[in-house]
Design a protein around this ligand. Sequence first.
Ligand code: CA
Length: 409
Amino acid sequence: MTAALPTTWLDIPADHPFGVGALPYGVFSTAATPEPRVGVAIGALILDLAGAARDLAPDLVSVVSGPALNALLAAGPQVWAEVRAAVTAWLTDDTHRQRVEPHLVAATDASLHVPFSVSDYVDFYASEQHATNLGRMFRPGQDPLTPNWKHLPIGYHGRAGTVIASGTDVVRPQGQRRSPDGEITFGPSQRLDIEAELGFVVGAPSELGVPVAHTAFERHVFGICLVNDWSARDIQAWEYVPLGPFLGKSFATSVSPWVLPLAALEAARVAPPERTVPLLPYLDDAETPPWGLDIRLEVRLNGHLISSPRFASMYWTGAQMMAHMTANGASLRTGDLYASGTISGAEADERGSLIELSWGGQEPLKLGDGSTRTFLEDGDEVVISASLPGPGGSVIGLGEVRGRIRPAS
Ligand code: CA
């Protein structure tokens, strides 16, 4: 059983995704106060965290100040628990109401920013179904899963500098590609795609040269967000051998504005799928509490639901990805972002990318308005949202990550 859900003095519908069991962190600004600052989403409001701390908990001001979450991320799990306990108390104990209310802002009045200064960005490939589907399309006639796939979480280093805020337009990338008859051309991508993913946000750093065990996940990883790893399949298919994704991915990666702390995930923890190949000790999580997550995503294209991927189907957990990423002694930095890879399930309506949903462009997707898509057209807007079990039987949310395609420039 998970903890009961405390009641709040705020008037929030019981099924609101940002109820008192969620309390995600983000960075916002308003027309009246344009400086970006740290906030906590509560219902349709945002709590100005530094402002509230100045009045209610001056010793916490330094870690919740500034234009990004990085000071809080760096402070480590004891402070994360203190801040969450304080915010929970402010929003649930009526005696704080008068001092808290002046620091609440309507979310509709706020602009939301990339919530943390991104240090390194890594993208994994942790869905067996996605890797199998892509293997079938990119390497027909061969085993769809590469021989290493079930021994280690495959990943690559992405481009931290092009991680962008939800709502930022994505300019259609140009690049080099090869046509089926072998012609090499340069131009706007004709196979622009999405990848619906979960992102893990690193808080406390680790020491260079010292691997971090998967059991130390909660000591280093602060929380999760949503990621759309925009992908130009034609550029990717031509460039990726032998070193992996490069310009087909690095033009833009969108992140959701709200980071949900691991502390909000207790009720969502589930066992990952059964491992069919024995794991080396540094990845073996059979005897530890599981970090599979019962998170249901929804992908909408121009408002039409096109997919409902489930993170619970992911073969590798965020804890294993962290352990593998540091197994060689590479250190974690505050603000590192690592994403799960496309979340795709076994069912056709659980595929987290258009290349899978349209099977390489051969089976156009029908949208609710009668139009069809294989890949993204200029003007298309993609919104990925997610929900998960919260405390006391509640359902909480991760918010959404949104982006619209602009023509190539
Ligand atoms: Ca990806």
